[in-house]
Design a protein around this ligand. Structure first.
Ligand code: AHR
Length: 522
């Protein structure tokens, strides 16, 4: 074996990139080839973004507790949550929805709190929304976390004027009714807003529009979204759900020439047994484990389909694909409000995160932003709270392990691995991606989807000499291991000693059901 690998690495070294495309034929099973000097596009840090909607206990309780709370806070925002989010280097945060965004009128959420309008959150349980968390509080949150703001505007029940004024209120330095209002509300300087979405799911909760109708409306709204005082908006047009490439075609055709948007969103959730019965987050069998990953992997095909259309209209790749809602969606935890979408998070979700993030990395040429749904207490969260307690989920740990890829250059790896089969279906057992950072460190992120089998991967690293490898592994003895308030550290990463690097050949013993991130240095 060693001989074959040595021959392979010499061959790759000598022939370089030309051999890259043909090497599958000479690879044996469970091999990953990394050519250190064969780089791809920069991995946008914004692929590691998050999403916070006015839904259940995401904002209220999960993030916002108010200035008078006994829970330690900064201007009403929980300190424990801020610190945890800083640790995973959240690059951008999307707010206020989701479906809520297309019923949200931003002026309800500014000014003295006692004067703010109380409204009914019609999308999520008909609960009272007192608007105590609004524009100023969200922008404060982004400052405290140190991330970019991604604001989702209201097309469904809003007006072009309302949306245009929001941007002016947020970003303009000029003298105008909106900036005077902002100053009266205590904020002298404008903020910077990087991302702004023109509606959410406008084919559904955002107005049930056709693609043609939405494309026209989007252009109307977009026309009035100004770039004030040096702020440069990256406007995100609402794209389709999943693989609906016809919507993408319509939008690309309509929005291209006049530069009406810089990114197009897509949403994709995994519902194990379909929408009507989505299964439990923690009580599941191997069939559900397998199906989750089979469906997760579909995001790769979905991206491929949209990329093909986008490449036709935009061969220079000036427009980004924005996967601004993704993740596993289960039945809610027993005894909790069905409309609050509160679910636990297990090792299965950690592997789901690894699969998605690897796929986003591999598509870094087109995927520029992605946002996990959602950040705290809703769907596949990175954080769960209960009163003054907070726990970090297995998904959180994957985001922390993968942050090394942010703004690094993708490495064009190639992998040949065994299948993980269940019943009459099979999927690749290993998910992987790699990048090289500004200091020349290589990071390889891998997941073994097979819950019953350790897999040894041999990995020639050619094109440069690396001599040291370190890493972390996230795994557990049970597929459904999760962190609870009673046992908050049941699933957490530990240092990985299952790999060695000798003579340019990396050997990785991937434990069954695990996520591993490795760092290679010279
Ligand atoms: O994330 C929950 C909901 O899922 C969002 O509000 C909506 O955009 C999507 O359908």
């Amino acid at each position: 074996m060693k001989k074959i690998i040595t021959v392979l690495s010499i061959f790759l070294l000598l022939t370089g990139v030309e051999a890259f495309a043909q090497k599958q034929n000479i690879l044996t099973n469970n091999q990953l080839v990394i050519i250190a000097n064969h780089t791809g596009p920069v991995i946008s840090k914004d692929i590691y973004g998050h999403f916070s909607e006015h839904l259940g206990a995401c904002i209220y309780g999960g993030i916002w507790v108010g200035e008078d709370s006994k829970i330690p806070n900064t201007d009403g925002i929980r300190n424990d949550v801020i610190n945890a989010l800083r640790d995973i280097k959240i690059p951008n945060l999307r707010w206020p929805g989701g479906c809520f965004a297309d019923t949200y009128h931003w002026k309800d959420g500014i000014g003295p709190k006692e004067k703010r309008a109380s409204i009914v959150n019609t999308n999520w349980g008909g609960v009272t929304e007192d608007n105590s968390f609004g524009t100023h509080e969200f922008m404060k949150l982004t400052e405290l976390i140190g991330c970019e703001a991604y604001i989702n505007g209201n097309v469904g029940t809003g007006t072009p004027r309302e949306m245009a004024e929001w941007i002016e209120y947020l970003t303009s330095d000029a003298e105008s009714p909106m900036t005077i209002l902002r100053k009266q509300n205590g904020r002298k300087d404008p903020w910077k807003v990087k991302y702004f979405a023109i509606g959410n799911e406008n084919w559904g909760c955002g107005g049930n529009m056709t693609a043609e109708f939405y494309a026209n409306v989007m252009k109307q709204y977009s026309t009035y979204l100004g770039n004030y005082s040096g702020n440069q908006l990256y406007k995100v047009a609402c794209g389709p759900y999943g693989a609906d490439v016809k919507w993408t075609e319509t939008l690309m055709k309509e929005g291209w020439t006049r530069g009406m948007f810089q990114g197009m969103s897509i949403h994709y959730y995994t519902w194990v047994d379909g929408w009507s019965y989505r299964g439990s987050a923690t009580k599941f069998n191997e069939r559900e484990w397998f199906e989750t990953f089979r469906l997760n992997l579909e995001i790769g095909n979905i991206i491929k389909g949209h990329k093909a259309i986008m490449d036709r209209y935009d061969p220079d790749k000036t427009k980004g694909l924005v996967v601004d809602e993704w993740g596993n969606w289960y039945n809610v935890e027993p005894g909790t409000n069905e409309n609050f979408l509160y679910q636990q998070n297990s090792l299965r979700d950690a592997i789901t995160a690894a699969i998605h993030l690897n796929i986003f990395n591999l598509n870094a040429d087109r995927v520029k932003v992605a946002n996990l749904a959602q950040m705290v207490n809703v769907l596949q969260s990175v954080i769960l709270t209960n009163g003054d307690k907070m726990i970090l989920t297995p998904t959180y740990h994957v985001f922390r392990m993968f942050k090394v890829h942010q703004e690094a250059q993708l490495l064009n790896i190639d992998i040949k691995c065994e299948d993980y089969a269940f019943s009459d279906k099979k999927i690749p057992a290993i998910s992987a991606s790699a990048s090289i950072d500004k200091e020349g460190k290589i990071h390889i992120s891998l997941a073994n989807l097979n819950p019953k089998k350790d897999i040894t991967i041999t990995c020639p690293v050619v094109g440069d000499n690396y001599s040291k490898v370190t890493g972390e592994v996230l795994t557990a003895s049970e597929m459904n291991a999760f962190n609870s308030f009673e046992n908050p550290e049941a699933v957490k990463p530990v240092s990985f000693n299952g790999c060695k690097l000798n003579g340019g050949i990396l050997t990785i013993n991937m434990p069954s059901k695990s996520v591993v991130v490795l760092e290679l240095t010279k």
